[in-house]
Design a protein around this ligand. Structure first.
Ligand SMILES: Nc1ncnc2c1ncn2[C@@H]1O[C@H](COP(=O)(O)OP(=O)(O)OP(=O)(O)O)[C@@H](O)[C@H]1O
Ligand SMILES: [Mg+2]
Length: 386
């Protein structure tokens, strides 16, 4: 099974690229599922079919699933919802509906990813294509399980003890119920689910395609996205430069764009090398429906096999005396490294990852750290306890 994720800045063509890739996958005989973490029904609109919460066949072999946040919430977060409902009821806000819980930031995307894991588990699909939320949200979301893991492992025991100790006080003061064992276990179940999603999306079968348009602001953001995706362990295997103005027969207005885009494209090729940059022309009409999408996919991938295993190494690797983390396009001035017990905390710009060291390295002191050619290398002193 192959999992392909599409991300990029808002409006650059993520949904279009995802739908086109899925259309091509199905045409080549793969049992294909295309899912969206987006609550707007753009994916269904692009494919020209009505939206549906269950996988529906949009074309032969091509299934579309638009996650129904409401239903999904009831399945996955039932206990938490009850709990939140109780809390809010005790605060005098009765009649709390699940709808009100879905306003929690990121809740919808998280539910979509949990659904994705369930679909992956069925073994029914050869290719799963995911149309992700715009850059920042997707990143925050993808990093969440790991960050949560850190918090849960370190804080939950303390948190629980604290809650137990404080619950009579809180009850008295706030007149609010405090999570009991059953709620914590629902939280833990959710947490385990998210860790599985992360394992799936950073695994050998998954890769991310970064969609951009050749404009300075978009390219700048795509560069930061590449660094942070790598920081979090996601493999990016291609850049898609969408809406490239054709040069033929251009009038003066379009010629201005053609030249500006050519300059940006040169930067894109240079900065993102060795990643392939797949270009898609600005079409004379919106690519809607499987015929248009299939044509777009053919131009996008040319002779390449879009469904081959990603020929990209995982960004994070350990040897007996070294941690190596790919951080393409990372700026040395924006990079920070800290050691906290058995963890290494890497900060790149506004993104942070807590990396648990394997036992063999956790006991040793760091001897040196350097960022060179887009790779962070942290060396550890030979043997011995610290
Ligand atoms: N190469 C192209 N030529 C012409 N129109 C395009 C092309 N690619 C995308 N479009 C159109 O541009 C619009 C935005 O594309 P799309 O919805 O795929 O972007 P998105 O990145 O998914 O946006 P959002 O961030 O809102 O989810 C759509 O109307 C789409 O049909
Ligand atoms: Mg979209």
């Amino acid at each position: 099974m192959r999992i392909l994720l599409f991300t990029g800045k808002g409006g650059v063509g993520k949904t279009t690229a995802a739908a086109a890739t899925a259309t091509l996958a199905a045409e080549r005989g793969n049992k294909t599922l295309v899912v969206s973490t987006d609550t707007a029904h753009s994916l269904a609109d692009a494919l020209g079919v009505p939206p549906s919460a269950e996988p529906v066949e949009a074309a032969p072999g091509l299934h579309l699933q638009q996650v129904d946040t409401q239903k999904s919430l009831e399945r996955h977060w039932g206990e938490l919802r009850d709990y939140a409902g109780n809390v809010l009821a005790e605060l005098g806000l009765d009649e709390v509906t699940a709808e009100e819980i879905t306003v929690l930031p990121g809740a919808e995307e998280i539910l979509a990813l949990l659904e994705l894991r369930e679909q992956a588990r069925t073994g029914r699909w050869d290719v799963i294509v995911v149309d992700c939320a715009p850059t920042a949200e997707t990143l925050r979301l993808l990093a969440l399980p790991e960050a949560l893991d850190w918090h849960v492992n370190r804080l939950l025991p303390t948190g629980r003890r604290m809650l137990r100790a404080l619950s009579p006080v809180i009850r008295h003061v706030a007149k609010v119920s405090v999570p009991e064992g059953e709620v914590v276990s629902a939280g833990e179940r959710l947490h385990r689910g998210l860790l599985e999603v992360r394992a799936l999306l950073t695994g050998d079968d998954a890769s991310v395609r970064l969609v951009l348009t050749p404009e300075a602001v978009v390219v700048a953001e795509a560069r930061r996205t590449l660094t942070s995706l790598s920081l979090y362990g996601y493999r990016v295997d291609a850049v898609i430069a969408n809406r490239v103005f054709p040069a033929e027969g251009a009038d003066e207005w379009r010629l201005g764009w053609v030249e500006a885009q050519a300059r940006q494209l040169a930067t894109v090729h240079e900065s993102f090398a060795p990643l392939p940059v797949l270009t898609v022309p600005y079409l004379p009409a919106e690519p809607v429906g499987t015929a248009a999408l299939s044509g777009l996919a053919a131009r996008m991938y040319g002779d390449r096999d879009p469904f081959a295993r990603p020929g990209v190494e995982p960004p994070l690797r350990f040897t007996t005396d070294e941690l190596a983390l790919s951080l393409p396009l990372a700026d040395r001035d924006d990079l920070d490294l800290a050691r906290k017990g058995d963890d290494i905390i890497v900060t790149a710009g506004s993104y942070r990852r807590v990396i648990a060291l394997p036992a063999a390295l956790a006991r040793r002191e760091i001897s040196s750290a350097a960022l060179r050619d887009g790779r962070l290398r942290v060396r550890f002193e030979a043997g011995g306890a610290k």
